[in-house]
Design a binder for this molecule. Structure first.
Ligand code: G1P
Length: 290
């Protein structure tokens, strides 16, 4: 069966981005001209996924509204003859089939995935973490779907991270069986760098099968009371049922201010109408060498 559905957990508080996220969901903060969550949904659609399952909470409904029609705005743009903008605004509403499930308590990424169980039923599915934006001609999640199609096994996306960032990620212990393809022996959530089995980090892209729900059911909460997806992945790894693929492309962790700002500049630089003005303005900001 093909992968059609993608689970995107969006109920988190976004504490790393406070105070910007006090009342605005982090997923709605713009990266250049679009809310960051739109890039995630566009990556999913460009990879052939059609059903987007947001795992959301009551005070962040503006996220699903962004992917719905705003008829008053559309009428206004039509009246004013702003056709390009009208088409752009409409295309966001037509982009995907949006399904919303509620995560009534924020109990971790594993718990968020569990909330989508009834919608996923017996199909393979993708999971995409909203903080990780990825850009490549071959979209990030599509690189995993291609592996899944050949191997018919759960796949996680990994990238090599510097030593000082290892303790922020799930890290895999794996054996490379083809270039950029790994059989996972184990996976650990946020290990200390000297205990980490590698520098290959989970980067918020997963293709899973309903088998994961059985494991999530038995995982116990960690010290912070959270059910970690990584712990259920560990159970799959122990059964030799988990692969990893090294994902290629530009990646931005938009929960990190440096990456967030860099992502904005990256996109603005692709816009030929803005590129040179932006470079000039940035040059003006760099203090002169003494
Ligand atoms: C989550 C996962 C972690 C993964 C990371 C990628 O962590 O638990 O394994 O490496 O996403 O962004 P979080 O960033 O939610 O703490």
């Amino acid at each position: 069966m093909d992968v059609r559905k993608v689970v995107i957990p969006v109920a988190g508080w976004g504490t790393r981005s406070l105070p910007a996220t006090k009342n605005v969901p982090k997923e709605i903060l713009p990266v250049f001209r679009k809310p960051s969550i739109q890039y995630i949904v566009e990556e999913a659609i460009a990879s052939g996924l059609s059903d987007v399952v947001f795992v959301n909470t009551q005070n962040k409904r503006i996220i699903e509204d962004h992917f719905d029609h705003n008829l008053a705005l559309e009428q206004l743009l039509e009246r004013k003859g702003l056709t390009a903008l009208l088409n752009e605004v409409r295309s966001v509403a037509r982009m995907a089939n949006i399904i919303v499930v509620r995560q009534k308590e924020q109990l971790g990424l594993g718990h968020a995935v569990m909330c989508a169980k009834e919608v996923i039923k017996d199909e393979p599915f993708a999971v995409m973490v909203g903080d990780d934006l990825m850009f490549n001609r071959n979209p990030g999640i599509n690189q995993l779907i291609q592996v899944y199609k050949n191997e018919r096994m759960p796949v996680v996306g990994v990238m090599e991270v510097p030593r000082d960032k290892v303790s922020r990620y799930g890290i895999i212990d794996a054996e490379e069986f083809a270039p950029g393809l790994y059989r996972i022996r184990g996976v650990e959530e946020k290990p200390a760098v000297d205990k980490a089995p590698s520098r290959l980090a989970l980067v918020g892209r997963y293709v899973l099968t309903p088998e994961i729900f059985t494991h999530l059911d038995t995982v116990s909460a960690d010290g912070a009371g959270e059910i970690q997806l990584t712990d259920a992945l560990q159970a799959l790894a122990r059964k030799n049922r988990l692969l990893a693929v090294k994902v290629h492309g530009q990646r931005f962790d938009v929960g990190d201010w440096v990456d967030y700002l860099t992502a904005n500049i990256y996109f603005a630089l692709q816009d030929e109408n803005l590129r040179y003005d932006l470079i000039d303005r940035l040059r003006e900001l760099i203090p002169p060498a003494r």
